[in-house]
Design a protein around this ligand. Structure first.
Ligand code: HDE
Length: 764
């Protein structure tokens, strides 16, 4: 009975409401002592203590978790039932008239099972269909009461539970993670005063300035409607046709063609609120803000050739990485920073802060760090949480408000609307993942899938029959919109038009390109070359180059050259021939290299190649060293399983070169051992492994006899001596110098990539 009670501790149903005190229904014929407490499933633990505020999040205090115990299901020790709770005797055979006879319509058990199955899928999101989610918390560094009354920012150390969903935009739900694409970075804060959704992206600008163009943009970038290709890619005619006719997209194109669009991990990319928002304090005074999330692990990306290969070998690359980091306790962490500025400052800027195709350079308005977010719990169920989570830009709380950005205005409408069809009605806020921890009381009633059982006969306000409840909160507690003044209206009246500064389409595109390191500039040019080479209509390619000429002649020339376009087309005519002089012409903060991160190896994966006859000792030392730094060293062999080492021991390869190809790892170690090396030289996978690691500029450690494998793979050792001197991340261990070589390798790993050896086209 005790075992049963323990098993049932995790189970959840509504039995408590039917008189079973512990919330679980006992099995027939048993008496169980109710377990004292529902399971914890803590999101906050002592590991999450904060060095910055000194606060230690108390264990088990995630207020989103315990209410969910009501709907958690664990079937351990339970019998199979129908949805009506009727025990099912036989789950293998449908009801037939005789064993060879016809199936009977009366079989309600079969029909219930199949009917439910037929409806298991819901419409996927029209954009951002493919995503991955995680739970965590936000912790405030210092009270921001001077600028906002929003609950998460009221005290140092204040902790607010969050759920985050990262996503790609173009591909369908079953597409790949490593597409060249914008990534969604949507955060739901379950604040004490209601849910606040900060529905951002990993790029701080957008393709268009006005919501009116969003359906056109999405129709252009999605797979083409006649043949539904390409999947998870923007490299096709309709996308480039549209953007080359929309010069306002030039700035965003620079970002999407940069390595930002192929992040190494969700844990190594930034997030941005994109639009200008407002923060409002208790006195009703407001300031403008921009939101920035910066990963503690630094900003790191893949290279294109690698992203393409990964999408074949592991389409779930980012989803797996996020899951594994959290399971391993290497929790993704991001610092939230604000750019705070006033309306008067905004008026002086050379660009319009309502224009979502513009950033505010950090040099103009510095970032103010205000808190950190830690993602430390994987969802229990992908569908119930990650798929059903409904982010809406309209979900703001007292202390947060909107600006008049016309793109944001459209979004405030769109997200609630889309959930109504995606999640089947207006009650999506009652799905456990969406329901706020703040209590909900209003007179909205009924609709599809209503969960709440409202008591009493009053569903209107004002009322006297229910004592006036629920009553209006009033301005001190309730949400009050900022009474922002709207100028120019009287002169202009209702118009379909844009402010003049919106027409400067190129100044910030130039700023972005010129703020990149030469390696990044080269990757941007190569990305344009690749994408446009997939475009079949020459006029579209030419128009894009004509547009780029207005942002950077150098870039346009490189792209034109890569496309065999000679001469270049004339630049597109400017919508605003004489734009205001920008305050900032170079912003190093815009480079990915500006945020190398904390220098740890947490969450990285290294392949340690093994084969029968391998010298195992240095590999064990290396595995231990990697583990100490938070990285995983996996033994990868010609096949999985046990193999004898040179010293007569046994090592177990847990991956094979076939099932985990080289490009899935952040670093490579080639082993010593004459017999092993001879076997590896005979296996074509070894050379592929080495080539990919070399081409993708990843750290490589070469021990003893393996040097020969480099030559075998065509690595140009003789060509450039600097290649072997550590600076380019290729470390060849001299005899007896293994320990020093391991140190050098760990250092090289911390640098992530070694672009010094990158060549275009690649030499091998
Ligand atoms: Fe979205 N967007 N969007 N978007 N968006 C959606 O909402 C929309 C825009 C973003 O993980 C949809 O629930 C319009 C900018 C993210 O669930 C939809 C406009 C930014 C996610 C929608 C934009 C975003 C979405 C589809 C222009 C960055 C995924 C399913 C006016 C700041 C959230 C859904 C998640 C999802 C509409 C532009 C970010 C259709 C109309 C700009 C991260 O409502």
């Amino acid at each position: 009975v005790e075992e049963l009670a323990a098993a049932m501790d995790n189970s959840a149903n509504k039995a408590a409401e039917h008189g079973f005190a512990n919330g679980t229904r006992p099995l027939a014929g048993t008496t169980v002592t109710p377990p004292s407490r529902l399971p914890g499933g803590s999101t906050l633990s002592e590991e999450n203590s904060s060095e910055k505020t000194g606060s230690v999040a108390p264990e088990g205090t995630n207020s989103t978790i315990e209410p969910l115990d009501r709907v958690r299901v664990d079937s351990t020790g339970r019998v199979l039932t129908t949805n009506q709770g009727v025990a099912v005797a036989d789950n293998q055979n449908s009801l037939k008239y005789g064993v060879r006879g016809p199936a009977l319509l009366e079989d309600f058990i079969l029909r219930e099972k199949i009917t439910h199955f037929d409806h298991e899928r819901i419409p996927e999101r029209i954009v951002h269909a493919r995503g991955s989610g995680a739970h965590g918390f936000f912790e405030c560094y210092e009270p921001l009461t001077d600028i906002t009354r929003a609950a998460p920012f009221q005290a140092a150390g204040k902790v607010t539970p969050v759920f985050v969903r990262f996503s790609t935009v173009q591909g369908e739900r079953g597409s790949k993670d490593t597409a060249r694409d914008v990534r969604g970075f949507a955060v739901k804060f379950y604040t004490d005063e209601g849910n606040w959704d900060l529905v951002g992206n990993n790029i701080p600008v957008f393709f268009i300035q006005d919501a009116m163009k969003f359906p056109d943009l999405v129709h252009a970038v999605k797979p083409e409607p006649h043949h539904q290709m390409p999947q998870a890619a923007s490299a096709h005619d309709t996308f480039w046709d549209f953007v080359s006719l929309m010069p306002e997209s030039t700035h965003m194109l620079m970002w999407v063609m940069s390595d930002r669009a192929i992040p190494r991990s969700y844990a190594t990319m930034q997030g941005f609120g994109v639009h200008t928002f407002r923060m409002v304090n208790a006195e009703g005074a407001s300031v403008f803000v921009k939101f920035h999330w910066s990963p503690v692990a630094g900003t790191h990306s893949l290279v294109w050739d690698e992203a393409v290969k990964i999408s074949g070998a592991d389409p779930d690359f980012h989803r797996r990485d996020l899951w594994e980091r959290i399971e391993a306790g290497h929790y993704p962490e991001y610092e939230l920073a604000l750019q705070v500025f006033t309306e008067e400052q905004a008026e002086q800027f050379s660009f319009d802060i309502l224009d979502a195709t513009k950033i505010i350079p950090e040099e103009l308005v510095p970032l103010r760090p205000v808190g950190r977010m830690v993602l430390n719990r994987n969802p229990d169920n992908f569908f119930a949480e990650t798929e059903q989570v409904a982010f809406c830009t309209a979900h703001v709380v007292p202390g947060i408000d909107f600006s008049n950005d016309p793109l944001l205005a459209g979004r405030i409408h769109s997200y609630v609307d889309t959930q109504i069809s995606r999640l089947g009605g207006p009650n999506f806020h009652e799905l456990p993942i969406n329901s706020p921890i703040a209590q909900v009381h209003n007179n909205q009633r009924d609709g599809m899938h209503r969960q709440a059982i409202h008591r009493g006969r009053v569903s209107y306000e004002p009322n006297s029959l229910a004592g006036g409840c629920p009553f209006q909160a009033g301005a001190a507690q309730g949400f009050v919109s900022v009474p922002a003044r709207i100028r120019a209206d009287e002169e202009q009246g209702k118009v379909r038009a844009k402010p003049e500064k919106f027409a400067d389409h190129y100044t910030q595109a130039r700023l972005f390109y010129e703020s990149q390191t030469p390696v990044e500039q080269c990757h941007i040019a190569n990305a344009f070359r690749f994408e446009l080479s997939k475009v079949t209509v020459p006029a579209v390619r030419e128009r894009t180059v004509a547009m780029l000429r207005n942002a950077s002649e150098e870039l346009a020339m490189k792209v034109a050259d890569g496309l065999g376009m000679d001469p270049m087309p004339a630049p597109l005519p400017l919508a605003l021939p004489d734009p205001a002089t920008p305050e900032v012409t170079k912003s190093p903060a815009l480079s990915l290299m500006a945020r190398p991160g904390d220098g740890t190896l947490r969450g990285r994966k290294v392949a340690l190649i093994v084969a029968p006859g391998v010298e195992a000792e240095p590999l064990s030392a290396l595995q231990a060293a990697l583990l100490e730094h938070g990285a995983v060293g996996r033994l990868v062999g010609p096949r999985i399983g046990a193999m004898a080492t040179a010293g007569g021991d046994v090592v177990n390869a847990d991956a094979s070169m076939e099932n985990e190809p080289g490009f899935l790892f952040d670093g490579l170690v080639l082993p010593d051992g004459a017999e092993a090396v001879a076997a590896l030289a005979q296996d074509g996978h070894t050379a592929e492994f080495i080539k990919d690691q070399f081409r993708h500029c990843k750290p490589m450690l070469v021990l003893g006899a393996s040097r020969e494998l480099l030559t075998h793979a065509g690595v140009p050792l003789a060509m450039d001596k600097s290649l072997v001197q550590g600076g380019t991340g290729l470390i060849i261990a001299e005899e007896g110098q293994e320990a020093a070589a391991i140190e050098a390798f760990l250092e090289a790993m911390a640098k992530h990539r070694h672009f010094g050896r990158e060549m275009d086209p690649p030499l091998i």
